[in-house]
Design a protein around this ligand. Structure first.
Ligand SMILES: Cc1cc2nc3c(=O)[nH]c(=O)nc-3n(C[C@H](O)[C@H](O)[C@H](O)COP(=O)(O)O)c2cc1C
Length: 360
């Protein structure tokens, strides 16, 4: 890795180079918070495993001289079908927190999802950069409290509102527990915990009856709930297991995606996250039918390594990988992708968060 003062394109020539740089910049507490998962971290590993168990079926001898790797996000053009997944406490990973992330996302040209437990907050993050943005709420108050957030999101140009719903209980993240790392933003969470635990489909119905801002439900992990989401008029079904940070022993997100796509039948968009680290990972999700892929840890790692320029550089490298993958698969745009380009295959290594990066 090159010195911190060398140009960012020379400093980071491959995605894996962000990982040691992030680790050396972060104290042990925030590092464990970023990388950790729940209990045995089986779900974390299965996110990678599910991606590693998909092989490609490439087609050749097609004209690949022009490839379009841009996409649409809630009807607007973006540079990649990739967004920053919501991350609470970004301010513990990079100076400026969500505002720095907004600048990196805007510099490159992808949307940002802002977590309600991230500083500097909804208004300041919107003011930091002009990018497509979505507000993600942890429901920790009554309906008036929620509606106030919806109004603020609309007033500050957020394109959609998101409830994260895989948080009925807060999991045991043992890297944090054993490391005695108490996140400052968790101290406020206790007061609202009863609202979060009590959240049900009734609130989804209430939101859709009352608000027109598109609604995303993040944390769907079964066809049954995907069908319920569609029945309630949800605009985006977001397949996620919170990066393996909530329920342990879940399936990998990429393994859940086919049943959700089938259940949704095109009546809502499907987004996904969990273990996405490489361009080929993104292409697999799109071929399965997802419209957008969220990156969580990769966002945190690149920001911790080199701030907003680091995030923009990581996205550039991801774009390069996506374009190479599309060309080698024989497709010039995402519209041509389908599950016919994929096949089941055994994983070749034991999965872990970094198994996408063999040189580490
Ligand atoms: C440090 C960290 C904080 C997170 N905070 C939130 C959050 O505030 N809200 C939320 O909906 N998901 C949160 N997530 C989950 C991410 O949005 C996303 O689902 C997950 O990170 C995707 O997996 P990946 O990290 O393997 O890409 C967080 C994830 C990480 C790594």
């Amino acid at each position: 890795m090159n010195a911190p003062d060398s140009p960012i394109e020379q400093r980071f020539v491959a995605l894996q180079e962000f990982i040691p740089a992030a680790k050396s910049n972060l104290p042990p507490g925030p590092w464990s918070y970023l990388m950790g998962g729940a209990e045995s971290e089986t779900t974390v590993k299965r996110n990678r495993h599910a991606l590693d168990c998909i092989a490609f079926r490439p087609r050749v001898l097609r004209d690949m001289s022009k490839i379009d790797s841009s996409a649409t996000f809630l009807g607007r053009k973006v540079r990649l079908p990739v967004m920053l997944a919501p991350i609470g406490g970004l301010e513990s990973l990079v100076e400026g927190g969500a505002a720095t992330a907004a600048r990196g996302a805007a510099q490159f040209g992808v949307p940002q999802m802002l977590s309600s437990v991230c500083k500097p907050g909804l208004e300041e993050t919107a003011a930091a950069a002009n990018t497509l943005r979505v507000f993600q709420l942890y429901v920790r108050g009554d309906t008036q409290w929620i509606d106030d957030f919806v109004k603020r999101a609309i007033d500050h140009g957020y394109s959609a509102f998101c409830y994260t719903v895989d948080v009925a209980s807060y999991s045991r993240r043992e890297r944090d527990i054993v490391g005695r790392f108490v996140k400052p933003w968790r101290k406020d969470a206790a007061a609202g915990a009863k609202f979060q635990s009590a959240l049900s489909w009734d609130e989804i119905k209430r939101y859709k009856d009352r608000h027109s801002l598109p609604l995303i439900v993040k944390g769907i992990a079964t066809a049954e709930d995907a069908k319920l989401a569609v029945k309630h008029g949800v605009d985006v079904v977001y397949v996620s297991n919170h990066g393996g940070r909530q329920l342990d022993h879940g399936k990998g997100s990429a393994a859940v995606l086919p049943e959700v796509i089938q259940a949704v039948k095109g009546k809502a968009e499907v987004w996904v996250d969990g273990g996405f680290m490489r361009g080929s990972d993104v292409v697999k999700a799109i071929a399965l039918g997802a419209k957008a892929v969220g990156i969580g840890r990769l966002t945190g790692l690149s920001l911790a390594a080199a701030g907003a320029p680091g995030l923009a550089r990581a996205l550039e490298l991801l774009e390069d990988e996506i374009r190479i993958c599309l060309g080698l698969l024989g497709v010039t745009s995402y519209a041509q992708l389908s599950p016919r380009y994929l096949a089941a295959a055994p994983a070749v290594s034991l999965p872990d968060t970094f198994s996408a990066f063999p040189l580490l």
